[in-house]
Ligand binder design. Structure first.
Ligand code: GTP
Length: 594
């Protein structure tokens, strides 16, 4: 893996601005590591003056330096603490990228992919372009190792999209070309893409990445059998590559030169570069160039007929190739394992989310059910209230109809039927309790004449007034009703004949007395007939007949008088023993009661 580090002018020792120093330190860490270390020491002495974020940044740079020196065991917990504790997204992303890098170097692929996955999950919220570049670059390189070339290319594409120019665009383009090359996309378009990457990197003096791209271009040429092109390209840049002291790239160049010269038939040059590759690759355990070199040394010795050496190299080749294949398999397996775990977690999370959704729906349904229940209750109460109201109205109208059915329309007192019912009930009670009762029948005198003389309305008025007068003299237990046109009945419970006679006489006087303020033109009087249970018994029919008979006699005897029915009141009796209760009353009044 290539180092994805900044490159800038060395720090000015005169700079007193700690924030600037911090920024500068970040950019020179690989270009001038010694100056970088000095800056770290300077910043470390001035930590008090640093803000919280700057302190985290300094901690990250110090951890990075530990990793850069190759002390992965020490660097790892430092980076892990930063990832866990820093509130700054960009610093966390840089630390995660550095950790992924050292985990990859240490062949701890499973953890490297897991860390990478977490960091990539967080990436959408990271706005710092450098932090995005760092993790995307590491992702692209690590995924190439797992054989995930398309994915690696897509992360490189994101870097290219983030940077329209400059160093990071060069690196993005290199990563893209490299992933596409390993992914087998070696078409004509790839060659022009590779050229563009070389140009982009040369423009910004990133010769290392330009030469790394040339490595792929040369490898591509060897694959196509364009051996001379490959040798020319490799030879013209090999010395430059050596100067980087970047052993991985140098050993790869040497291995390619071995292949190219072998393909060309230049066995001695091929052997020279193969031994060179072995020397370089052994130092740094770069297994792929080593495999290539051993394989060719075996072939060269076999061609030379040096079978013992050939066998020796073949064994080394087999061992190196096994190691290479194991490493490739390990990376691929680790990637697949992490991917599966992530998928499983996702499924688990989806399942939890679904359960959550179901719960929420359930709650919503319960809520709706409660609401519906409330609505039903409200509806029920409304229906019940309506029914109650309706029943009340029905009862009222029933009562009104009953009253109308029982009352006389003109005077408001009981009509004939109701009077009969009530009187019969009162008489039954009186009979049971052996108490006397009397029935008085009242008939207005010459009422037809009043109607004829003063009109029907005046007649109605006379009727209402006569009723009102009677009501003034009634007791609460008396039963009062209109029997016919101008005829009324009063049943007096617990009343003797004498009492009935007295009360009838009071009524007679009251009716015939014209109230003050009323016209004296209308002369009103009434005749009264009284029957008592003492003589007639408690049958209403008999009482009515007897009272009517007495009333008839009152009319016959001159009206405006009271006559009591009874044996003493017969035509003879009237004048006999009783001495005629209703003596000579005239229409003018003054009835004589004996
Ligand atoms: N204004 C009015 N007149 C009524 C009503 N009901 C009955 N009448 C009248 O009352 C009169 C009763 O007349 P009659 O039966 O001849 O008796 P009268 O004229 O009172 O004579 P005597 O009973 O013999 O004194 C009739 O002319 C009826 O039309 C009513 O509700 N209003």
């Amino acid at each position: 893996m290539l180092l994805l580090a900044g490159r800038a002018a060395p720090a000015s020792p005169a700079s007193s601005n700690l924030a600037d120093l911090l920024g500068r330190a970040d950019t020179i860490k690989t270009v001038d590591n010694a100056a970088f270390v000095e800056l770290l020491a300077l910043l470390d002495k001035n930590t008090v003056a640093l803000s919280a974020t700057q302190k985290w940044r300094l901690r990250y740079l110090k951890a990075w330096q530990v990793a850069y020196l190759g002390d992965f065991a020490k660097a790892r917990p430092l980076l892990e603490t930063i990832i866990r504790e820093t509130p700054d997204d960009a610093i966390r992303m840089h630390a995660a990228a550095a950790l992924v890098n050292i985990l990859g170097y240490s062949h701890q692929y499973e953890e490297a992919y897991t860390r990478l996955d977490h960091a990539l999950d967080e990436l959408p919220k990271v706005t710092d372009k450098d932090a995005r570049f760092h993790i995307l670059g590491e992702a692209s390189q690590l995924l190439v190792g797992a054989g995930q070339y398309d994915l690696a290319a897509s992360y490189a594409d994101q870097i290219i999209a983030d940077y329209p120019s400059g160093r990071n665009r060069c690196i993005g383009m290199y990563l893209k070309v490299h992933a596409d090359f390993l992914g087998g996309k070696s078409a004509q378009s790839w060659r022009s893409q590779a050229q563009q990457a070389i140009n982009a990197c040369t423009q910004v003096n990133e010769n290392l990445f330009a030469d790394a791209t040339r490595r792929d271009v040369a490898s591509f040429a060897i694959r196509q059998g364009r051996t001379v092109d490959a040798i020319n390209l490799l030879e013209s840049h090999y010395l430059n590559v050596v100067k980087y002291h970047y052993l991985e790239l140098t050993s790869e160049y040497a291995a390619l030169m071995t292949e190219a010269y072998w393909q060309k038939g230049d066995t001695s040059r091929a052997e020279e570069f193969a031994l060179n590759t072995v020397d370089l690759a052994q130092k740094s355990e770069f297994i792929e160039p080593l495999t290539t070199a051993y394989q060719l040394l075996y072939q060269i010795d076999r061609q030379k007929g040096d079978l013992r050496d050939a066998l020796n190299y073949h064994e080394k080749y087999m061992t190196a190739d096994k190691g290479r294949l194991d490493d490739v398999r390990e990376k691929a397996l680790a990637y697949q394992f992490v991917k599966q775990q992530v998928e499983a977690k996702k499924v688990e999370l989806d399942e939890l989310n679904k359960q959550n959704q179901i719960l929420q729906l359930q709650q919503a349904l319960d809520h709706k059910a409660v609401e519906a229940g409330r609505l039903y209750i409200a509806l029920l109460l409304t229906v019940l209230a309506s029914i109650g109201l309706w029943l009340l109205r029905l009862k009222r109208s029933q009562l009104r109809f009953m009253r109308l059915a029982r009352r006389d329309g003109l005077t408001g007192i009981f009509n004939r039927q109701h009077f009969v019912d009530e009187a019969e009930q009162t008489l039954r009670y009186a009979a049971k309790s052996m108490r006397m009762a009397c029935l008085i029948l009242i008939d207005l005198d010459h009422f037809k004449l009043i109607n004829d003389t003063h009109g029907h309305t005046a007649g109605d008025h006379v009727l209402r007034r006569a009723v009102a007068v009677c009501q003034q003299h009634l007791h609460s237990c008396d039963v009062f009703g209109r029997i016919g046109g101008e005829e009324f009945g009063i049943l007096l419970p617990e009343s003797s004949v004498i009492q009935a006679l007295e009360r009838a006489e009071r009524l007679r006087v009251a009716i015939s007395t014209t109230p003050e303020g009323e016209s004296q033109d209308i002369t009103v009087s009434a005749s009264f007939g009284i029957a008592s249970t003492q003589h007639e018994g408690y049958d209403l029919r008999r009482l009515l007949i007897a009272a009517d008979s007495a009333l008839y006699r009152a009319k016959r005897d001159g009206r405006n008088r009271v006559v009591v029915s009874g044996p003493h009141n017969g035509p003879e009796a009237d004048r006999g023993s009783s001495g005629d209760h209703a003596a000579d009353g005239r229409a003018t009044g003054d009835p004589a009661i004996s």
